[in-house]
Design a protein around this ligand. Structure first.
Ligand code: 5GP
Length: 183
């Protein structure tokens, strides 16, 4: 595993190795495959940008040839002064009606994005909506939201690598890093 990573004046230390990540991705894929056993035509929704690495590995491990993959993201724009910043789900081109949807996220922190996304998607009348995340910070949850599938539950510290970024950088790191504790 590479040693410390320095970006934007911050230092990150190794936290989870590529081997550890691969083992947990396989476990989550097994759980998803079991739960989707009796469903037809599942669709995976990869939430950009951070989930692209996890999604690529997870979807191939699940190995359902009848599944589709689509990519969505939340775009922020300034609403009226009363509403502040508004987030809107963009990029969904597939009809989700009657489909078994598996959302793939990089990290659930407060849980606000996850709940908002599930609500937005349910408006399209899918048969089911499941939520898979690489990382889950239970201590940060403001909403009580618990994902259906979690590769790693982690403390509330800033994480980098395997798709997760700092100001757009670090997504290509094979391992996962955590911000170094301040002395
Ligand atoms: P929340 O669950 O609070 O609505 O937001 C989750 C989003 O916050 C993630 O999709 C990600 O963009 C960002 N985020 C939360 N924690 C971290 C972290 O530790 N590292 C990185 N790179 N992004 C994070």
């Amino acid at each position: 595993m590479e040693n410390k990573v320095k970006l934007n004046g911050l230092t990150f230390v190794p936290y989870l190795t590529a081997e550890q990540i691969s083992a947990e991705v396989k476990r989550v894929a097994d759980e998803i495959r079991r739960d989707l056993k009796d469903t037809c035509k599942p669709i995976f929704l990869c939430v950009l940008k951070g989930a692209f690495v996890f999604a690529a590995d997870l979807i191939r491990e699940v190995g359902r040839e009848d599944s589709k993959v689509s990519f969505v993201r939340y775009a922020s724009y300034e609403g009226t002064s009363s509403t502040g910043t508004v987030k809107q789900l963009v990029g969904l081109t597939e009809d989700l009606g009657g489909r078994d949807v598996v959302i793939i996220e990089d990290i659930v922190d407060t849980g606000l994005t996850a709940l908002r996304m599930i609500e937005d998607l349910k408006a399209q009348n899918p048969a089911s909506v499941r939520f898979a995340t690489l990382l889950y910070k239970p201590e940060s949850s403001k909403t009580g939201f618990v994902p259906d599938y979690v590769a790693f539950s982690i403390p509330s510290k800033f994480i980098l690598g395997y798709g997760l970024d700092l100001d757009g950088q670090g997504r290509g790191l094979k391992d996962i890093y955590v911000i170094e504790d301040e002395a």
